[in-house]
Design a binder for this molecule. Structure first.
Ligand SMILES: Cc1cc2nc3c(=O)[nH]c(=O)nc-3n(C[C@H](O)[C@H](O)[C@H](O)COP(=O)(O)OP(=O)(O)OC[C@H]3O[C@@H](n4cnc5c(N)ncnc54)[C@H](O)[C@@H]3O)c2cc1C
Length: 459
């Protein structure tokens, strides 16, 4: 790549074009997970869809692989060479109350969409953290707070604008380009860079939601109680459970400080009275450290998980679990309960309900028959990535008897992001079909800095 090539590229791009060492380069490549950092040859800070198209065409012409980053909450493979497109400047959000839909550009976050939709008594199918990027979350499936009630966020997508490996900007709907539509939703960053997305909103203005906090040592039966309880609840009841080892640090909130806490999260779309009745058996499970359940406007739904907004380094992995039993609970507690080898945050999200249904228009979001999605996260503040990785490998190996696959949105990063693991995010039929579509849309695999789906090759 010659200097003149970069100058020509910069002249066609509205946003900044940055080279290593230039002012702004470090800030531009740094995302929410501080454990991994892109080290590209060049960054294109896209300000509009045409910038993305120029950047991809440039990379294709120079034989460079392409990575894309919005917030950096979920990237998997650091770009060691190649071209990085950042999308944070493309943050337009439009809500249409007539069609119950929203259009967002590639850099939009849920904290922009939720209040805009709430003005019309509507809600997107957002996840736990408002600071997550809408487009990538949805392309990865989008396991929503209201998933059991309203399904996967990906299933609501009506149209996408995407730049494919040939540098073309295409408008993709289930009618005009059904195969590319199907591949993008679940195949995420393997088929192009989505510059904008239109999706349906749901008519939800209020919730009965919040959390119940238990001390895991004082309430050893809480996991079993939660497991029995979820089998009894209707589809309007969305819940998850997290095991969180709070350090004994004065900065930690009382009464959590120094305790291994079990946090049960609730998002119920029925009446507050029905919600009260439904959670009563959980209250009976033991003494609570704290309870934050209440009738709330949907705009406050980020309080339910209270995910930290501050960037930090971490290692993570996940599994979809089918038919968990008492042995599953014992296995989880062995690896992430009091006395675990490393402080590990574990989250179990209850699936089923609308998450188990087929979408109106087929997509590649897999493992709809699982009962739970379990994610594990180890903060790397005082722990080496090698130790954390080994710990996660041991935990998920022991959980194999119940594992039906993995969820792309929580797959972790680095060496773990190989093609064999990528397969586990899909059914084998979907994976085969995705490799065939990859051969059509990205035969040179320029979108390979990711959980990669290789192009199918005929022997
Ligand atoms: C605190 C926290 C809470 C979360 N909660 C949930 C949840 O409730 N439910 C859930 O399903 N997930 C959840 N996630 C996972 C999250 O949805 C994924 O990590 C998602 O990929 C993040 O997207 P991003 O744009 O914010 O991050 P980025 O790291 O910028 O993007 C992740 C990857 O997506 C790809 N990508 C980004 N933009 C585009 C684009 N425009 N076109 C194509 N590919 C693109 C890139 O390869 C990129 O590396 C959570 C993650 C965190 C850290």
């Amino acid at each position: 790549m010659e200097r003149i090539d970069i100058e020509n590229l910069a002249a066609r791009i509205e946003g900044p074009v940055l080279l290593p060492g230039q002012e702004g380069f470090d800030e531009e490549r740094t995302g929410y997970n501080l454990a991994v950092r892109h080290c590209p040859e060049v960054i294109v800070g896209a300000a509009r869809a045409e910038d993305v198209a120029e950047a991809v065409a440039f990379a294709a012409a120079h034989g460079l692989p392409v990575a894309v980053q919005n917030t950096g909450h979920g990237f998997s493979v650091a770009a060691e060479d190649g071209l990085l497109v950042t999308t944070r400047r493309m943050d337009a959000v439009r809500v249409d109350p007539e069609t119950h839909s929203a259009y967002v550009a590639a850099g939009a976050r849920f904290e922009q969409v939720v209040p805009e939709a709430a003005r019309h008594g509507l809600a997107p199918l957002n996840g736990s953290a408002p600071h997550v990027g809408v487009v990538s979350y949805t392309l990865g499936g989008g396991l929503a707070l209201l998933g059991r009630t309203h399904g996967w966020a990906a299933d609501r997508v009506r149209a996408m604008d995407v730049v494919t490996a040939d540098g073309r900007l295409r408008h993709v709907t289930p009618d005009t380009e059904p195969e590319l539509y199907r591949a993008l939703l679940g195949g995420r960053d393997n088929f192009g860079i989505v510059t904008g997305m239109e999706f349906g909103l749901v008519p939800v203005a209020r919730l009965y939601g919040g959390g119940l906090f238990f001390d895991l040592e004082q309430t050893p039966g809480i996991l079993e109680a939660y497991g029995q309880w979820v089998a009894t609840v209707p589809d309007e009841m969305n819940s998850s459970m997290a095991l969180i080892p709070f350090p004994d640090d004065p900065q930690m909130p009382e009464p959590m400080r120094g305790r291994h806490v079990c946090h049960v999260r609730i998002a119920f779309t029925g009446s507050p009275e029905a919600g009260e009745r439904l959670v009563e058996p959980l209250r009976q499970a033991g003494p609570r450290l704290l309870e934050t359940l209440r009738d709330m406007p949907y705009e406050q739904s980020a309080d339910i998980h209270n995910d930290p907004p501050i960037p930090m380094p971490w290692a993570a992995d996940n599994a979809f679990l089918a038919n968990p039993d008492g042995d599953t609970v014992r296995t989880i507690l062995k690896h992430a309960g009091p006395g675990a080898a490393l402080p590990t945050v574990v989250e179990l999200r209850h699936l089923g309900g609308a998450l188990a249904r087929r979408p109106t228009h087929p997509n590649a979001v897999g493992h709809r028959d699982a009962h739970f999605m379990m994610a594990a996260l180890i903060p790397l503040t005082d722990i080496s990535p090698i130790d954390a990785h080994a710990c996660l490998v041991r935990m998920f190996k022991d959980l194999e008897p119940w594992t039906s696959g993995r969820f792309l949105n929580f797959m972790g990063h680095g060496d773990a992001a190989d093609q064999e693991r990528t397969r586990t995010a899909y059914t084998s039929d979907d994976h085969r079909r995705l490799t065939e579509l990859k051969a059509v849309y990205d035969p040179r695999n320029i979108f390979r800095l990711n959980y990669n789906i290789p192009p199918h090759t005929t022997p």
